[in-house]
Write a new protein. Structure first.
Length: 270
């Protein structure tokens, strides 16, 4: 019988995760099957039971359960602990272990662009869930990081665990010099609201590079005009690859990751 994996969330209508994971299974001849499992909050315990009874071999978790899952886990990886959210769970040696693979997905974009972020001023816009993984990654890479938000006071409370993080308004950001990277961690510009952008065209010249976590459309208004830029598709594929590495206990090479990414890109944008 195939090993079963699933994405757990509240509303999963248009998720690309089954396509990515089932492509990985096919490529590496893994006897697995990945599906979507819409779950109401009070049913999360049932999913956990399925993992402990090995009915499910691993799960990914998305909005709104990335923090709700924490109370059910026996161990949490170092990066997930600091981010405060888990998106991948495995049951191994009698323990439920949680990881955050969004962190690794974002890191793959930094590697692909060969971006220098150490001791450079990096701006993360939007104080929501995805920003936490991005900030942790840029922190680990030694960046001087600025969280840009519409509500500084609220963000100071929600991000108090990130000790070296500067929290500023969009207005305050304007007066800072030597800007390096800017990351869009807001839903602004996502289909169908494609006209929306948190950045004016003129402002883009001030940054060395821009990354948008959004991958639909392929080129958002935010990305238009950066010499060095990337959308969020590699992060999406990268987090799935890292989850498979954890579940299958194997390494997936950069070349194989690139091949899977290119295939998904073709499926999505052509
Ligand atoms: P979220 O928690 O719903 O929102 C992020 C933050 O964006 C909010 O907390 C808010 O922060 C800001 N924001 C919301 N609406 C805004 C607006 N109209 N104008 C300016 N700022 C606004 O979302 P998330 O889960 O962090 O995800 C953010 C985006 O990243 C989504 O589009 C999501 O699809 C994408 N994403 C992609 C990947 C990937 O693998 N590529 C992974 C995760 C998320 P402030 O109020 O502090 O300004």
């Amino acid at each position: 019988m195939k090993n079963k994996y699933a994405l757990i969330g509240d509303k999963l209508g248009h998720s690309y995760s089954p396509i990515i994971h089932n492509m990985i299974f096919e490529k590496f001849q893994i006897d697995g099957e990945y599906s979507l499992l819409e779950v109401r909050c009070n049913n999360l315990a049932e999913v956990v039971k399925k993992l402990r009874e090995e009915e499910l071999s691993g799960i990914n978790i998305t909005i709104p359960y990335k923090t709700n899952i924490l109370e059910y886990l026996d161990e949490i990886s170092e990066e997930a602990k600091e981010i405060g959210a888990v998106n991948t769970v495995i049951y191994r040696d009698g323990k439920l272990i949680g990881h955050n693979t969004d962190y690794y997905g974002f890191k793959m974009i930094i590697s692909k662009l060969k971006l220098e972020v150490k001791n450079k001023k990096n701006f993360i816009c939007g104080a929501g869930g995805s920003a936490r993984a991005v900030i942790k990654c840029l922190e680990d890479l030694g960046g001087e990081n600025y969280l840009v938000t519409r509500d500084v006071e609220k963000a100071k409370i929600n991000f108090k665990d990130f000790k070296g993080l500067n929290i500023i308004s969009y207005k305050e950001r304007e007066s800072i010099s030597e800007k390096n990277l800017i990351v869009n961690c807001t839903p602004c510009g996502m289909y169908p609201n494609i006209e929306c952008s948190i950045l004016d065209v003129e402002e883009k010249k001030e940054y060395r590079a821009g990354i948008d976590l959004i991958y639909n459309p392929q080129k958002t208004r935010f990305l238009d005009g950066f010499k060095v830029g990337e959308n969020g598709l590699l992060m999406l594929v990268g987090q799935a690859i890292k989850a498979e590495e954890i579940w299958q206990d194997r390494e997936i090479s950069v070349d194989d990751t690139q091949e899977i990414y290119e295939k998904i890109k073709e499926l999505m944008y052509i």
